[in-house]
Design a protein around this ligand. Structure first.
Ligand SMILES: Nc1ncnc2c1ncn2[C@@H]1O[C@H](COP(=O)(O)OP(=O)(O)OP(=O)(O)O)[C@@H](O)[C@H]1O
Ligand SMILES: [Mg+2]
Length: 307
């Protein structure tokens, strides 16, 4: 049984506009755990900080603050960590080196981590023929490349698999196959899976737990069924009502477009209030606290629960 524990994780970027410096809180005080045999979905609109979290968990970006632990190992023991935490990226075209064969991509991690095994065995695990070891990436379809990327991630026998929108660049017809493959491997290898996606339907189907991000913060989390079927945060409700893109449904009213942009300036009170259909005076003055029985970050929800 493996647990990845994330505590108070933040990633701030300093943006310079001429002389002015601005701090962009891409990830702001995020805590959660991933457990073996479970899939946790991370959803939220573009720019909400999902990839930033995945990259820090993979050791590819340094947190501004906070802790990431794999069982008892802190992130600092990076060699062990790099073996046990693997990532599958969105772009199967960019993630394989065109100059090397599939076999080379799969043997490298075996050699680096001194693990017995062959490229052909790994190909079998992802249902590709052994003969693919001699092929170059350009000789594969997008779905086949993603299978190779998954096989490569499996090579070091990881405990945690981070899948950052693993199917969003693939043809719709093969998305489910790839997600089913990840799901089967999760069960067979007892992996803890983080599934980053925009798609609430597959999040609900494949994930046990769900976290909703808005502007760097988790605004709601809980069991995937509960959060999607009875969302407690107004932002989650918008996502659930209008999946896959809330703004596609509300498009056409100029106010929505304008408020979406305006929202970025808000740094006090509830960050979601410029776009929230229920926002009132309390949302301006009170900072919502993440918590409560439903684990939601909303002032109105806090008040409603208190009465
Ligand atoms: N290296 C960087 N320097 C400055 N800002 C960055 C950097 N990387 C990410 N950001 C900013 O951090 C915020 C979060 O980005 P991130 O890529 O984590 O979002 P995301 O939720 O994965 O979005 P998407 O759904 O589009 O993939 C964005 O505003 C982004 O512009
Ligand atoms: Mg991303």
């Amino acid at each position: 049984m493996t647990t990845m524990t994330v505590r108070h994780l933040s990633k701030h970027f300093i943006l310079k506009e001429g002389r002015r410096k601005q701090v962009l809180k891409a990830v702001d005080d995020v805590s959660f755990t991933l457990a073996s045999g479970r899939t946790t979905a991370l959803v939220g609109e573009s720019g909400s900080g999902k990839s930033s979290i995945a990259r820090m968990l993979a050791g590819l970006a340094r947190p501004t603050s906070g802790e990431i632990q794999l069982d008892d190992l802190p992130i600092k023991t990076s060699r062990i960590y790099r073996r046990y935490v693997q990532m599958v990226f969105q772009d199967p075209y960019g993630s394989l080196n065109p100059a090397h064969t599939v076999g080379y991509h799969l043997r490298r991690p075996l050699q680096i981590h001194k693990i017995a095994g062959t490229a052909e065995e790994l190909l079998e695990r992802v249902c590709l023929p052994a003969s693919f070891a001699g092929r170059y990436p350009h000789e594969l379809s997008g779905g086949q490349r993603q299978r190779v990327a998954i096989a490569r991630a499996l090579a070091p026998r990881p405990k945690v698999l981070l899948a950052d929108e693993p199917v969003s660049m693939l043809d719709v017809s093969i998305r489910l196959e790839i997600l089913n493959l990840i799901d089967r491997l999760k069960r067979e290898e007892d992996l803890a899976v983080l599934y980053v996606t925009h798609d609430l339907a597959t999040a609900r189907h494949f994930a046990h737990d769900l976290m909703v991000m808005y502007r760097g913060q988790i605004v709601e989390s809980g069991s995937a069924d509960e959060v999607i079927l009875s969302p407690a945060h107004p932002y989650t409700r918008l996502l659930a009502d209008a999946a896959p893109d809330p703004w596609a449904v509300h498009a056409g009213t100029r106010r929505d477009v304008a408020t979406r942009r305006d929202g970025a300036d808000v740094t006090s009170g509830c960050l979601f209030r410029p776009r929230c259909p229920h926002a009132g005076a309390a949302c301006e003055h009170e900072v919502p606290v993440f918590g409560g029985q439903r684990r939601v970050r909303c002032v109105l929800h806090e008040h409603a629960s208190a009465t």
